[in-house]
Design a protein around this ligand. Structure first.
Ligand code: FES
Length: 109
C-alpha cells in the first residue's frame, strides 16, 4: 500500500475535520474528541454534501446539508437512512498522518 503524508494531527481541529484534495477526489479527514482519526470521501451518500463541514460527535458526523448521520468507522449512514461513503485507510506515525489513496483507486476501479 502506498501511503501519502497529509500533515500533522494538529492541523485538524478537535471534533472537526479537514478536507484534503487528492488526485482521487476530496477526502475528509476527521479528528474525534477521543483523538481518533478517520478518513472518508468528502461526499455525503445522500446528495454529495461536504462531510468535512459536518458536526462530529462520537465516531460519526452529521452532514451539514440535510442531517444524515454517517459512521466514520464504516462509512455507512446510521438510523433509517441507507447509503455509504468509502472509508480510506489512515495511519498515524509519530506526528504525521498518512492516507492510503491507492485503496481508494482500487475500490473506484
Ligand atoms: S447531502 Fe448529506 S444529508 Fe443530504
Amino acid at each position: 500500500m502506498n501511503w501519502i503524508a497529509i500533515g500533522s494531527p494538529a492541523d485538524i481541529p478537535l471534533r472537526g475535520a479537514r478536507c484534503v484534495v487528492t488526485p482521487k477526489g476530496r477526502v475528509a479527514v476527521f479528528r474525534t474528541a477521543e483523538e481518533q482519526f478517520f478518513a472518508v470521501e468528502d461526499r455525503c451518500p445522500h446528495k454529495g454534501g461536504p462531510l468535512s463541514q459536518g458536526i462530529v460527535h462520537g465516531a460519526a458526523v452529521t452532514c451539514p446539508l440535510h442531517g444524515w448521520v454517517i459512521s466514520l468507522e464504516t462509512g455507512r449512514a446510521l438510523g433509517a437512512d441507507e447509503g455509504a461513503v468509502r472509508t480510506i485507510p489512515l495511519k498515524l506515525e509519530g506526528d504525521r498522518l498518512f492516507l492510503a489513496l491507492d485503496a481508494l483507486a482500487i475500490e473506484a476501479a
